[in-house]
Ligand binder design. Structure first.
Ligand code: AMP
Length: 284
């Protein structure tokens, strides 16, 4: 496994791999790796000849007052884990390798980015779309792996690859959870033991929504209410939003029909903001 810091070197290795007709699977991350990330890596390992993982805490996707400075970073531990999973290259650039002096070009995906996380975190998806564009343009992978825990991010990345004509196929991997149901996240490290236990309320609430749907509930606002009521039983939890939207365009819906519906939540526990979701009517 080789660790690469320079964008030019990463691009030249990627060019060589293309000349050799190797299929490249790419997993972009911000590091502080956990089982969720490693599941993406395993999937990439199975589906590609060469696996490249990037580790880059992307400043432009953090808003003012968010946790960019204190975001957990441990490249040594991350690299050791990735070596065990037979990753071929780790791309870990410094900020100024990606945002070169005088950088002034940003990618903005209209519509999709204006609701949910986009509404709560202005500028977040501009940062995500910009860095994903730079990374995909550098690595030019055949496959890129993203977690459905960040469902809106998946929608944004699919849209930008389609609109900008990237040939990379986006592979979506289901959310990996702790035994309690809590979705794994690098930000779970900020939770104390008590909060961590109680944070499983997000998944319990989403499971109740799934159950109600299974039992015939088709009214989107009734589903949202079930989720809100359940989360409200946990005094430590402060709801940011509960949304029941079309999984295609993230537009609000009234009645749930046959197409995929995203039930998404964002909840604060103290200073920590957690997101989670389930999809109803999931098509394989
Ligand atoms: P991050 O390091 O948080 O930017 O995440 C990197 C990638 O890992 C993104 O595609 C995430 O959606 C994915 N990911 C994060 N947590 C999980 C999880 N619990 N299960 C599956 N994928 C995840």
């Amino acid at each position: 496994m080789e660790i690469i810091n320079r964008k030019q070197r990463m691009a030249s290795i990627a060019r060589k791999l293309r000349r050799e007709s190797k299929t490249v699977g790419f997993v972009p991350t911000m590091g502080a790796l956990h089982e969720g990330h490693l599941t993406l890596v395993k999937e990439a390992r199975q589906m590609s000849d060469i696996v490249i993982v990037s580790i880059f805490v992307n400043p432009t996707q953090f808003g003012p007052g968010e946790d960019f400075e204190r975001y957990p970073r441990d490249l040594t531990a991350d690299a050791a884990m990735l070596a065990e999973y037979e990753v071929d290259y780790v791309f870990a650039p410094d900020t100024d390798e990606i945002y070169i002096p005088g950088f002034s070009t940003y990618v903005y995906v209209e519509g999709l980015t204006e609701t949910l996380e986009g509404a709560s975190r202005p500028g977040h998806f501009r940062g995500v779309a910009t860095v994903v564009t730079i990374l995909l343009n550098t690595v030019r992978p055949d496959l890129a792996f993203f977690g459905s825990k960040d469902a809106q991010q998946v929608g944004v990345v699919k849209r930008l690859t389609r609109d900008l004509g990237f040939e990379t196929e986006i592979v979506v991997v289901p959310t990996v959870r702790e035994e309690s149901g809590l979705a794994m996240s690098s930000r779970n490290a900020y939770l104390n033991e008590d909060e961590r236990q109680k944070a499983s309320i997000l998944y319990q609430a989403l499971r109740e929504a799934k159950l109600a749907f299974k039992n015939g509930e088709r009214n989107a606002s009734a589903i949202a209410q079930i989720v809100e009521d359940k989360i409200a039983t946990e005094p430590l939890a402060r709801i940011d939003y509960v949304a029941v939207v079309s999984n295609d365009d993230l537009e609000p819906i009234d009645k749930i029909a046959d197409s995929e519906v995203l039930v998404a939540v964002a909840v604060r526990f103290g200073k920590v903001r957690l997101i989670d979701n389930v999809i109803l009517n999931r098509k394989q």
